[in-house]
Design a protein around this ligand. Structure first.
Ligand SMILES: CC(=O)CC(=O)SCCNC(=O)CCNC(=O)[C@H](O)C(C)(C)COP(=O)(O)OP(=O)(O)OC[C@H]1O[C@@H](n2cnc3c(N)ncnc32)[C@H](O)[C@@H]1OP(=O)(O)O
Length: 403
């Protein structure tokens, strides 16, 4: 498709995940401005360098319409490219490749991709606990006419926990299920978080027994195999080759990307164990002219352990049905032979709503630019990043490469 792969991530900002009760409340526009400033400072660029803006959907903001224009006005930017991305957990991946595509088309030079996810201050009539619950994933759409309202909700299929559990059950029936292998995903990622002071579970080691003894939430998923919602928010700046040349970081070039969606509930998936990660990842690898074994790290969206298992298989890191063996046979820590979610993954870093997926994008950037601190990989020039939205329904993939 003639993709040059010149556009690159040059700067990033990410709030340290915090429990909702402990996080400062900030209006979303304040967060947008704060994250933009931090990302620009990180890149060594000025606001006047920005001429593109990608932001999340209107339901996250105080204003319900015209979100990019409102944010551009607040930031004092005049942009040639404005986009709203609303793809659940793959929103960050979707933002980054859209920004890169706009740059390659010559529409703009530097794009702010921003996802504010701390809570806004409560109004006098609002019940904070109800707000907090709403922020913590209300679950499936009950919109009139939505198939979930008729065929999912009446059967107790509420929200993501049950959906992913259903997929895990189907996988178990088809390929078998080794709960120790699944627990090892969480344990290896926790080892990574022990080397990441920003992770919410930093300083709290985890064993396979801890995972297996933790409370069952949606059979077979236990609480330590499920992400904990946290307050957060993140931004990255994607820039042209020319702008990247005067930014201060080693750039992470977007050399491949893919996206695939076609349903929102796994009930409507043609095969629950063959996820859209496959087509998204295959396109990304083909664009980059690389294969899974060329990657120095994989930053795989991990709302649940089952998400990681299916993504490893469908992205081609191991054959279908052999994911559990792959997990047991490989060291998935930053010290190991298959570095996976080296920041701890969302399971141990915390999940700031849709911005959670930015933790994977930013970790890939940090590893490529050599700023991952204690967990820095010796060699890291090529990283696979995935995003998962909904219940394995909206999938994105990126290949990021150091220059
Ligand atoms: C966004 C997309 O498009 C794609 C996706 O990512 S899908 C996934 C979206 N995310 C979710 O659906 C959130 C999943 N998580 C949950 O539903 C909840 O964490 C849960 C049901 C698993 C637990 O919630 P809960 O039972 O209400 O626990 P809660 O009362 O809040 O907390 C009790 C304790 O457990 C801890 N805890 C809560 N959730 C935890 C988790 N997932 N892992 C580890 N610890 C957790 C809390 O910190 C708290 O500890 P303290 O007592 O020390 O403070």
């Amino acid at each position: 498709m003639g993709w040059k792969g010149e556009a690159a991530i040059v700067g990033a900002a990410q709030y340290k995940p915090q429990k909702y009760s402990e996080a400062p409340q900030m209006f979303h526009l304040e967060q947008v401005a704060d994250l933009a400033k931090q990302a620009l400072d990180d890149a060594g660029l000025q606001a006047s360098d920005l001429d593109g803006l990608v932001i999340n959907g209107p339901h996250f903001h105080e204003a319900s319409v015209f979100v990019p224009a409102m944010a551009a006005e607040y930031l004092g930017l005049a942009v040639n490219f404005a986009e709203v991305v609303d793809l659940g957990g793959t929103t960050p991946v979707g933002m980054v490749w859209r920004a890169a595509a706009a740059i390659e088309m010559g529409l703009c030079q530097a794009v702010l991709c921003v996802l504010p996810m701390r809570m806004a201050p409560f109004g006098p009539d609002e019940d904070p606990s109800a707000m907090a619950r709403a922020m913590r994933f209300g679950g499936h759409s009950t919109a009139f006419g939505a198939p979930e309202a008729e065929f999912d909700l009446p059967y107790g299929h509420l929200g993501q926990n049950t959906g992913y559990a259903m997929i895990a059950k189907r996988y178990a029936a088809q390929y078998g299920y080794d709960e120790k292998a699944m627990a090892k995903i969480a344990v290896d990622q926790r080892t990574n978080a022990l080397a990441n002071p920003n992770a919410i579970f930093h300083g709290q080691p985890l064993t396979i027994d801890d995972v297996l003894n933790s409370r069952m939430v949606a059979d077979p998923l236990r609480v330590l195999e499920i992400v904990m919602p946290v307050a957060g928010g993140a931004a990255v700046i994607v820039a042209s080759k020319e702008v990247a040349a005067r930014a201060r970081n080693r750039a992470a070039h977007i050399t491949g990307f893919g996206e695939r969606l076609g349903y929102k509930s796994p009930t409507y998936s043609p095969d629950m164990t063959e996820t859209p990660v496959g087509p998204a990842a295959r396109r990304a690898f083909a664009m980059a002219g690389l294969k899974p074994s060329d990657m120095h790290a994989a930053q795989i969206y991990d709302c649940y352990t089952i998400t990681v298992l299916l993504s490893l298989e469908d992205a081609g890191f191991c054959p279908k049905g052999e994911g559990m063996r792959f997990i047991l046979e490989n060291d998935l820590t930053w010290k190991g032979n298959f570095p996976l979610n080296t920041h701890g993954g969302q399971l141990s870093f915390g999940q700031a709503g849709s911005a959670g997926g930015f933790s994977q994008v930013i970790e890939a950037f940090d590893q490529i630019r050599g700023k991952a601190g204690e967990r820095q990989l010796k060699t890291c020039d090529r990283v696979f990043v995935s995003g998962t939205g909904g219940v394995m329904s909206e999938q994105g993939a990126l290949i990021l490469e150091g220059a």
